[in-house]
Design a binder for this molecule. Structure first.
Ligand code: NDP
Ligand code: 2IT
Length: 483
């Protein structure tokens, strides 16, 4: 079987080398990469090629599959029962994909139509669980990549949750509160028939926060005449959990802190760059500052701010959470800080980088720049923010790199704690949930670090996270028969 470079969609630039050998062109780089990993005639590579052919024009989904299947290769090939049971083919195919029309009326009285999605990816270890993303870039490919990642992530939490994801190409930017409510009510009118506290429990993601979850929940409750924990990220007054707002950012920092500690290091006196300025970025920044680090930069899709004194998080919360403004407004209040339009946040010198905005925001040139500037660790707060090439560059250069499926699992973990509280009709305190979150993140670190070590790839957390996440789901699938 020959592997074509363009089929693999994994390219490395000329100067990257394997084992000190210079690689002349992309095709040669791919071949070397796969020879090095002894992948020729592998079950994982066969499935990767087949699934990519069956699902053309889904680049983000292909990218997530490529990362995972490459990481799983040695492990899966050692257990022929996976191949006999077609586990990988089933693992890569969602159990169900729902695509629906979302009609709503804007403030001028005009009817608008968006696409709605819910991908119910895998329920082997629990009900489908995962967020909803409202962003104009949303496509089937993006929802499938997010759903696929969610299956592995949810497994890593150690809790009983399967994986799903949904959303819409609706753009919340510039919409009035009434328009947002109108859209959410229409979206949930259809989604309600596919959800249920033991079936599928959506939550927030890009463009979906507590306000949107409130509108979605109200619609669900009205249609079903049932008050239950069908959505997470709810307001505290009606069944939400303390710490859910902070959970993804705090969890990311807890896990990275544990990794640094095991390597004789910490956040104390470190310079940290965080991309994005939404939910994940804000609370990652807050926790870094609790732990003695200095966050010097944040961004949005228009540009980034730099404040050498350390970002004032309360000011950012006021601009982003209360006023729903842009990150550039920060410089109106802090004269010493400056704003730069466009990409470029990764050119700022830092010890630790936490990409917390969106997929593929950290590219190979950014990885090189970070390494040149002495960056020692990268933790992915966003889902798949680092391209395959950039991940490879970090690994080759021994930068400690934690992939999103492990690093940002704190959000969904606290969502699962919210589900538990809803079932028990109780509410835990801030400190109780915070303590549980911390324990879960440290367990995830131990699990992925031990798994990487057992595979003979110490500190390769991409390998550790994918294998540890996969194993639990695959074993449950084996035991449940061919379904
Ligand atoms: P928010 O909507 O709160 O914030 C998103 C942030 O990312 C904004 O600052 C936004 O800027 C920026 N952003 C979005 N798209 C782009 C882009 N194309 N280029 C540059 N910046 C962009 O979302 P969250 O903070 O909740 O989510 C951020 C990431 O974290 C996502 O990848 C999400 O999947 C992931 N995640 C979220 C979890 C959660 O609990 N919320 C849990 C686990 C992962 P702008 O305003 O300009 O669009
Ligand atoms: O990507 C994610 O893990 C989330 N958006 C959170 C999902 C959840 O169900 O809380």
């Amino acid at each position: 079987m020959s592997i074509m470079a363009e089929e693999l969609e994994f390219t490395l630039e000329n100067e990257v080398s394997f084992d000190g050998r210079a690689v002349k062109d992309c095709a040669q780089a791919d071949l070397l990469y796969f020879r090095q990993e002894d992948t020729i005639m592998s079950y994982t590579i066969d499935v990767l090629e087949k699934v990519k052919k069956q699902n053309p024009n889904e680049p983000e989904f292909h990218q997530a599959l490529t990362e995972t299947l490459r990481a799983l290769q040695t492990f899966v090939d050692a257990y022929p029962e996976y191949e006999r049971a077609g586990i990988l083919e089933r693992f890569c195919e969602p159990e169900r994909v729902i695509i629906f029309r979302v009609p709503w009326v804007d403030d001028r009285g005009k009817v608008q139509v968006n696409k709605g999605y819910r991908v119910q990816f895998n329920s082997a270890i629990g009900p489908y669980k995962g967020g909803l993303r409202f962003h104009p870039s949303v496509s089937l490919s993006i929802i499938k990549f997010l759903g696929f990642e969610q299956v592995l992530k949810n497994s890593l939490t150690g809790l009983s949750i399967g994986g799903g994801k949904g959303g819409s190409d609706f753009d919340p930017k510039g919409k009035s509160e009434r328009e947002i409510m109108s859209f959410c009510q229409s979206f949930m009118t259809e989604l309600t028939r596919h959800t249920g506290e033991n079936t599928d429990i959506p939550a927030g993601d890009i463009g979906v926060g507590e306000r949107e979850i409130g509108f979605l929940y109200g619609t669900y409750k009205r249609l079903s005449n049932s008050f239950n924990g069908v959505l997470t990220g709810k307001g505290i007054a009606y069944g939400g959990s303390l710490i859910r707002t902070e959970a993804t950012g705090y969890g990311l920092v807890y896990l990275v802190e544990e990794m640094l500690r095991r390597h004789g290091n910490s956040f104390e006196n470190k310079t940290v760059v965080i991309s994005g300025s939404g939910n994940v970025a804000i609370y990652a920044a807050e926790k870094v500052q609790h732990l003695g680090g200095t966050v010097v930069a944040l961004s949005d899709s228009d540009g980034f701010i730099y404040d050498s004194d350390g970002i004032d998080i309360n000011l950012v919360k006021e601009i982003k959470e209360l006023k729903r403004g842009r990150i550039s407004e920060y410089t109106e209040y802090r004269r010493k800080a400056f704003y730069t339009k466009g990409r470029g946040i990764w050119s700022i010198k830092c010890d630790i980088a936490l990409p917390c905005a969106t997929q593929n925001e950290l590219k190979k040139e950014d990885a090189r720049e970070l390494i040149k500037n002495g960056c020692l660790a990268v933790g992915e707060g966003a889902n798949m923010p680092t391209t395959l090439e950039a991940t490879e560059i970090f690994t080759q250069n021994k930068v400690l790199f934690v992939p999103s499926k492990a690093a940002n699992a704190g959000g969904v973990a606290v969502s699962a704690l919210e589900m538990s509280q809803n079932s028990m009709r109780t509410a835990w305190t801030f400190d109780e949930v915070d303590q549980k979150l911390k324990e879960i993140m440290i367990n995830i670190y131990n699990n992925i670090a031990n798994t990487a070590k057992e595979m003979g790839q110490e500190d390769n957390f991409v390998v550790g996270a994918n294998i540890a996440g996969f194993k639990k789901v695959a074993d449950a699938m084996l035991k449940q028969g061919i379904i």
